[in-house]
Design a protein around this ligand. Structure first.
Ligand code: MN
Ligand code: MN
Length: 471
């Protein structure tokens, strides 16, 4: 008998599935969401808006009015306009622990620098600073959109989105023509395009036929007329440059999705939908969407801050608990760190270990550990927690697979998992496998998206006792 292959152990969700229409319908809703939410601010605002419409109440407002929480209540919290958390209060006390799913809403991109605008050779340009791990050459010669916010002196907030409507202009980072690239093509791939060459071209018509500085002056005039922005307002702004346009179906069979920032909205969305679907869970169910994961989770909207306990302490207060209950609630919790992982790419097969790499289409990936080299930086979930989650998924009939970060010593990656586990809670990385992670367009499977939603919903609604596994 031949030995079992990876896909014998972890078959494709498409095989024998009876829910193909549900898979496709869910992907359509995700496409709408991800095409609207391209930044962490947009994601936090949109999830809060949807939750409010679904009857979720603002926890901070409730606390200021002295209102208490009871089982079945649905609440949300936003922080810094960049992080959001959503909860359905369980029938069990918070000190029995929560069931949490945490994903990140930031994604690799180009940020504008604080003094971006200049003119050179008749073109107006803007300086950028890349955010997160990118292959810089991938961000040239493609249509780019402009998203973000400037805060004027005095606090007035000006939000700008340009380049998403097909009638909008886009912005553009140039690359050398191949005809003149003999020197560039001899460079290492990582050095082919440098950070200082990632300059946005933003205009070329001079103001009043001026020879020097006229193009910059004309762009400044447009910014003032259209948005009320002055040149120094970029000093108090967060403008993000992302690929223009929405998510698209991919493949002749439309089984795949090509989009900017699947990492990590392909986990944000099913986590959010699973939380919205949670009805009267035993353990309080929560979905956390955080910022700054792509730069190490630092900052007050990132997971390596006190965000988690600050928010959960509000839940403890609103359910009538004592401050001492907070550490118990956190310590007894189980959290799925909902982040993407690498999928096996047959065109670059040498980068993957075939027996331990997720396949597109085989469902959500349980990743025991991420990290680099000798598991450096890994959370490394316990065998006990792996068994707990396997049982929940199997009982719900969810197809899942295992995965890892490719061949040993080629690279690696981190997630928010180590920052969550510092509370003593049980933390496991579980998300969707991608091809071309961190590229301007990443590829995901619609089957994985839907099966991940089912997996997260099963996890949030499960009344299974974690204690029974931990011993
Ligand atoms: Mn990620
Ligand atoms: Mn990432």
């Amino acid at each position: 008998m031949s030995q079992k292959s990876f896909t014998d152990l972890y078959p494709s969700v498409w095989n024998g599935t009876s829910v193909r229409s549900e898979v496709m319908a869910f992907a359509e809703e995700y496409k709408q969401f991800i095409s609207r939410c391209k930044t962490e601010r947009e994601t936090a605002a949109e999830t809060a808006r949807i939750a409010r419409e679904a009857g979720f109440r603002d926890l901070d407002g409730m606390l200021s009015r002295g209102e208490a929480l009871k089982a079945g209540d649905r609440v949300f919290v936003t922080r810094q306009g960049k992080a959001a958390a959503f909860f359905v209060i369980g029938s069990r006390p918070l000190t029995d622990g929560l069931r949490l799913i945490c994903a990140h809403a930031d994604a690799p991109r180009l940020d504008l620098r604080p003094n971006p605008l200049y003119e050179k050779e008749g073109l107006a340009l803007m300086k950028t600073h890349y955010y997160g791990g990118i292959k810089k050459y991938q961000w040239t010669a493609l249509p780019l959109a402009f998203h973000g916010v400037a805060v004027k002196k005095g606090g007035e907030k000006i939000c700008v989105v340009l380049g998403e409507d097909p009638a909008d202009p886009v912005l553009y980072v140039s690359d050398l023509p191949v005809h003149l690239a003999a020197d560039q093509m001899k460079k290492k791939l990582a050095e082919g395009v440098s950070g200082e060459e990632l300059n946005l071209i933003v205009g070329s018509i001079p103001l009043n036929d001026e020879k020097d500085g006229g193009v910059k002056a004309a762009v400044l005039k447009l910014l003032k007329e259209r948005y009320g922005l002055d040149e120094q307002d970029f000093a108090s702004a967060e403008f993000e440059i992302v690929p223009a346009g929405g998510a698209r179906d991919a493949g002749f069979d439309s089984s795949l999705l090509a989009s900017y920032a699947h990492d990590d909205r392909v986990c944000v969305y099913p986590a959010f939908r699973a939380l919205l679907a949670a009805e009267r869970p035993a353990f309080t169910a929560g979905a956390f969407f955080v910022d700054k994961e792509e730069v190490g989770s630092q900052g007050n909207s990132g997971m390596n801050s006190h965000l988690m306990e600050n928010v959960v302490s509000r839940l403890v207060r609103a359910t009538g608990g004592s401050p001492f209950d907070l550490s118990e609630a956190l310590e007894r919790s189980a959290l799925l760190s909902a982040d993407v992982t690498v999928g096996f790419d047959p065109s670059f097969a040498a980068a993957f270990e075939p027996n331990n790499t997720a396949r597109l289409g085989s469902g959500p990936v349980l990743m025991k550990y991420a990290g680099a080299r000798g598991k450096s930086g890994a959370n490394d979930a316990s065998a006990e927690l792996m068994a707990f989650v396997r049982d929940i998924f199997d009982e719900a009939g969810v197809r899942w697979q295992i995965g890892g970060m490719g061949r040993i010593d080629l690279g690696g990656g981190g997630t928010i998992a180590p920052f969550a586990s510092k509370y003593g809670m049980q933390v496991l990385d579980c998300g969707v496998a991608l091809l071309s992670m961190h590229a301007p367009y990443e590829l995901a499977s619609k089957a994985d998206l839907y099966e991940t939603f089912r997996a997260y919903a099963a996890f949030l609604s499960s009344g299974a006792e974690l204690k029974a596994y931990l011993g």
